[in-house]
Design a protein around this ligand. Structure first.
Ligand SMILES: [Zn+2]
Length: 284
């Protein structure tokens, strides 16, 4: 094997070496190159690894900071919301307060109006004449007394429906004779709940000739109400009932031509026109 070695000065020189030597030389060179490369590469890898660690640490820190920032932003938003909701609540309370004051004023006016009305009708005043009322407590007391008065007076209808037969003289549908109708007949579907028109005590619950199943309730100040032709009775004698309570169901028991309620209002034993208590204020 021949190797041409180029020289700076002058001519090139020819060196003759054996194949084995050449191979050994190449191996040596390669080994040298390999070791050098390995060492260089190792240092580089180490450097890169350290760099990567630093970057990871920074990233971690950045993430942590971002999380903190978001947390703070959330806190701020939460506080803002809270303040806003407090403001709204405050506004709402203010409005409610104004509403209540207006209602209280209306209530006061109503109490006065009712008192004037009762006075015109020669009825006892609900409140003592002495002194003006100033406190809410007194006003409430008045309202409570008024409520007690109203709830013990039979007002309104026990069922809603058309009046098929009014109070007073009429021709009896069975006999054709002129008779005095002591109540009103209200048309309503079979089974409609019948509601008592004032607070009171049940004094009769059972069958009566002509009336079929009937309930009589006694109220304050001489009032009594009667509910007849019921299909079912929901109360017992001696039971206390509250205005609006269901005392029975509409039916057609007794002398009746179809489902309806015969309703009577009595005062001190005398039948009065129940319709007078429906447009209240005219005749109570
Ligand atoms: Zn009737």
């Amino acid at each position: 094997m021949e190797i041409i070695v180029l020289r700076r000065r002058g001519r090139s020189r020819l060196i003759r070496i054996t194949r084995v030597k050449a191979a050994a030389l190449v191996t040596l060179l390669l080994t040298f190159w390999g070791v050098t490369s390995y060492l260089t590469y190792g240092a580089l890898v180490k450097e890169l690894y350290a760099e990567r660690q630093r970057r990871l640490a920074l990233e971690k820190e950045l993430n942590e900071l971002t999380r903190l920032k978001n947390e703070l932003l959330n806190l701020v938003a939460e506080q803002k919301r809270r303040i806003l909701s407090l403001k709204q609540e405050n506004e709402r309370l203010k409005r409610r307060n104004e509403e209540l004051l207006a209602q209280l004023e209306r209530l006061e006016e109503t109490v006065y109006a009712i008192e004037r009305l009762l006075a015109r009708k020669g009825l006892k005043k609900l409140t003592p004449a002495s002194g003006g009322r100033s406190s809410v407590e007194e006003l409430l007391k008045d309202a409570e007394r008024l409520l007690a008065f109203l709830s013990s007076t039979p007002l309104g209808l026990p069922v809603s429906g058309a009046i098929s037969s009014p109070f007073g003289y009429r021709f009896d549908p069975f006999t054709g004779r002129r008779v005095y109708h002591k109540g009103i007949d209200i048309k309503a579907p079979y089974g409609t709940p019948v509601r008592v028109t004032a607070d009171g005590v049940v004094v009769f619950a059972g069958r009566k000739l002509g009336f079929g199943k009937v309930v009589i309730v006694r109220h304050a100040r001489g009032y009594e109400t009667l509910y007849a032709h019921l299909s079912s009775i929901k109360v017992k004698v001696g039971q206390r009932v509250k205005t609006g309570q269901v005392i029975g169901l509409v039916g057609t028991s007794g002398r009746s031509t179809g489902p309806h309620l015969h309703y009577e209002v009595r005062r001190w034993g005398r039948a009065v026109n129940p319709l007078k208590f429906i447009r209240w204020g005219d005749d109570v």
